[in-house]
Ligand binder design. Structure first.
Ligand code: ADP
Length: 501
């Protein structure tokens, strides 16, 4: 086992990895930007190294700053968490070149799965069912031919895409020319790779994914599925295990395919094979070659510590997991709590955490990256923490999550907590009748009810007043946070009043 591991990340996932290391008796090194000095991951780690200013491009995404910090501290391995450098084959390569261990798969496997068109061809070769689609498209005529073959509507996606960004639904051939040039330009800007391709647009699928683990001793296993259909703009908000749509037979079939997918690219470590599921058929979507945000639901229903297994595997040890015919054990749900106002188009909310009370009690887990006095800024993704519950049945897990969400108190910024309470109370969700179109069907969950209108108006007034006080009082200039809050409040106010201008 390693003596010391450097965690190349921040927020809740850095805390999660530090906890795993501590339980394994491994010492830890945190890295932090100037914006993250007072952060739980910095306080929890054995030591911490400053790697640069707040913008991620100058700190958490600067490979040399991170890799230089390792020898300084005697760390032997680098855990990338998720996001930032986790799926950069280049970063993984540089870690290896510096004689460090990368806690993740070989760079070749990251590269092969990171290019969606290459991954699709590789999966087709391996006999994995993929969403019907095309290779990379440059000419309109190619796209039209592919669309006619696949059947319209189609989804235009970036080959190097991620984070639910840059996808466009194309209803018919006429819409393709304009969309194609705009999409490839945007893909070039966002991902540094302008290649785009087409996939059949499934009208009402579920997003179901399989967790896998592979070690260097030739063992590849799956740990069942996660249902991640509750999404907004193709990004997950609520996840659960097991999926209400999956029985033992389907689980075994999807699991076998996920294992075959991992074996096809020589995978090592923890990974997730994502599928869309519709009308009894499942199709490979992509593989995430890292630990995922929603991994705790699988940990609850299998009893496996996935992050500890990642570290054991990276150290060259065999994984310590015993696959059980009793999996999944009960039911687990996760709600992502982020610093966004769900009733103002998920407008980012920032500011100081004035008070924090996290829920506890039976079957409750809080994986958080914040603490009291922590300053939530706008430099990083808005995830503050995850609330995860476990109970014997789905119904009981829903009741437990409602109880836990009510106990959670985050003061100082707006969060997605009230949105989650709405979902847990909604009949289709309770019945397990969900798909990736869930929020299209339930717009009421992201709109302020009429009953809330007075409270909302009071909040707008309070924000404006605070803004004015800050501007006029004591020479304090407008902070980004107060300006963002005021702008969000005003635009919401205008939207509600309609004719405000
Ligand atoms: P990213 O890598 O950007 O996260 P994915 O390919 O994983 O993109 O897809 C994210 C989400 O987008 C899916 O969970 C689903 O909601 C939607 N999506 C992706 N492909 C399709 C498709 N072919 N048809 C319908 N929805 C899709």
């Amino acid at each position: 086992m390693f003596d010391k591991v450097l965690i190349a990340n921040r927020g809740e996932i850095a805390v999660r990895v530090i906890r795993a290391c501590q339980e394994l008796g491994v010492r830890t090194v945190a890295v932090y930007s100037e914006a993250a000095r007072l952060s739980p991951h910095v306080l929890l780690a054995g030591e911490a190294v400053l790697i640069g200013p707040a913008p991620a491009a100058e700190s958490y995404q600067r490979a040399e700053a991170i890799i230089d910090a390792a020898p300084q501290t005697g760390a032997q391995a680098v855990h990338p968490g998720y996001g930032f450098m986790a799926e950069s084959p280049e970063f993984a390569r540089r870690v290896l070149e510096a004689d460090l261990v990368f806690v993740g798969p070989p760079p070749e496997a990251i590269a092969e799965m990171g290019d969606k068109t290459a991954a699709r061809s590789r999966m087709i070769e391996a006999g994995v069912p993929v969403v019907p689609g095309s290779d990379a498209i440059t000419e309109v005529a190619e796209g039209v031919a592919a669309g006619d073959r696949i059947g319209w509507p189609v989804l235009l996606k970036a080959a190097a895409g991620g984070g639910g960004k840059g996808m466009r639904v194309i209803e018919s051939a006429e819409d393709l020319p304009r969309a194609l040039s705009a999409a490839s330009r945007e893909a070039g800007q966002a991902f540094g790779d302008s290649r785009v391709y087409l996939e059949k647009y499934l009208s009402d699928p579920r997003h179901i994914e399989i967790q896998i683990l592979a070690d260097t001793h030739g063992r590849v296993i799956h740990l069942g599925e996660r249902e991640c259909s509750i999404q907004r703009r193709h990004q997950k908000l609520v996840e659960e295990a097991p999926s209400p749509a999956v029985d033992a037979d389907l689980r075994a079939r999807m699991g076998d395919v996920a294992v075959a997918a991992a074996e096809a690219v020589g995978y090592v470590g923890a990974g997730t094979v994502e599928f869309l599921y519709q009308n009894g058929e499942f199709y490979f979507l992509e593989m995430n070659t890292r630990i995922q945000v929603e991994h705790p639901v699988t940990e609850f229903v299998t009893g496996v510590d996935l992050v500890q297994e990642q570290i054991r595997i990276a150290a060259g040890l065999p994984m310590s997991v015993e696959v059980s015919p009793d999996w999944p054990l009960g039911h687990a749900i996760e709600c992502r709590i982020s610093g966004e106002d769900p009733f103002s188009g998920f407008f980012p909310s920032s500011g100081r955490i004035r008070a924090l009370e996290v829920p506890c009690g039976p079957g409750v887990r809080w994986d958080g990256g914040i603490m009291e006095h922590y300053e939530v800024g706008l430099n990083y993704d808005p995830l503050l923490g995850k609330l995860i519950v476990h109970a014997a049945t789905r119904d009981q897990a829903i009741l437990r999550m409602r109880r836990a969400l009510r106990e959670l108190q985050i003061e100082g910024i707006r969060t997605t907590q009230p949105f989650h309470l709405g979902v847990l109370d909604e009949e289709d969700f309770k019945a397990g009748d969900i798909s990736v179109r869930y929020l299209d069907r339930h717009p009421e969950l992201v709109e302020t009810g009429e009953g809330d209108w007075q409270a909302r108006a009071a909040a707008v007034a309070a924000t404006l007043l605070e803004h004015r006080t800050r501007v006029s009082g004591g020479g304090v200039t407008v902070t980004a946070a107060s300006a963002a809050r005021a702008t969000g409040a005003i635009s919401e106010w205008r939207r509600r009043l309609g004719t405000f201008d």
